[in-house]
Design a protein around this ligand. Sequence first.
Ligand code: MN
Length: 231
Amino acid sequence: MTHAVTAPPAVTLPIAGSEETYPVRRIWCVGRNYAAHAREMGSDPDREPPFFFQKPTDAIVQNGEAIPYPPGTGNLHYEIELVVAIGKAGFKIPAEKALEHVYGYAVGLDMTRRDLQNAAKDTGRPWEMGKAFDRSAPCSEIQPASKIGHPEAGAIWLKVDGAIKQESDISHLIWNVSETIAHLSDLVELQPGDLIYTGTPEGVGPVVAGEVMEGHVDGVGDIRTPVTDPA
Ligand code: MN
């Protein structure tokens, strides 16, 4: 079979301690999943059902790779997040079975053109141009759950040029990993290769060209992403 136009490249992430790679299929993101972040965004942090949005696989940026400051924004924000890597397909997965569908975990950045996202909120329009743009989802290598287990607590933080900006604990997730998988798989059939960015804690803010973001989740790993001048 030959294609009429250039076929999209396979997007993969490295797996810690393995020659194998993790093929990325879809990138799901959870909105407002830490109460203190929901509050800073002007929302009620009560346990309303989680909501989801998506990024294309083109959004993936490998750990250590720089991202050029993206077009169309003057307010690019970092959001440090625990990332879940799905390993087994499932539809309407009960929360008590959800972890059986997890291959592993990673540390990711849900980069956000906050000015465009806020304009979309104000006008009732889709979030895509605020969230789903090129190189908006840096992600670390995957740590297999077979090695690290399923982290339920541990520090999550983000520094810009060495200064701490976000600092919380993944135990503060409003909807934990199992519950998030249960909710999301009620809406779509999850597939191997699906990543779930589980939401960011409080302290989001802007980053500019020349700065370096460094993020961490205890027991999962680290990510480092410099921001360079616009392409
Ligand atoms: Mn986010």
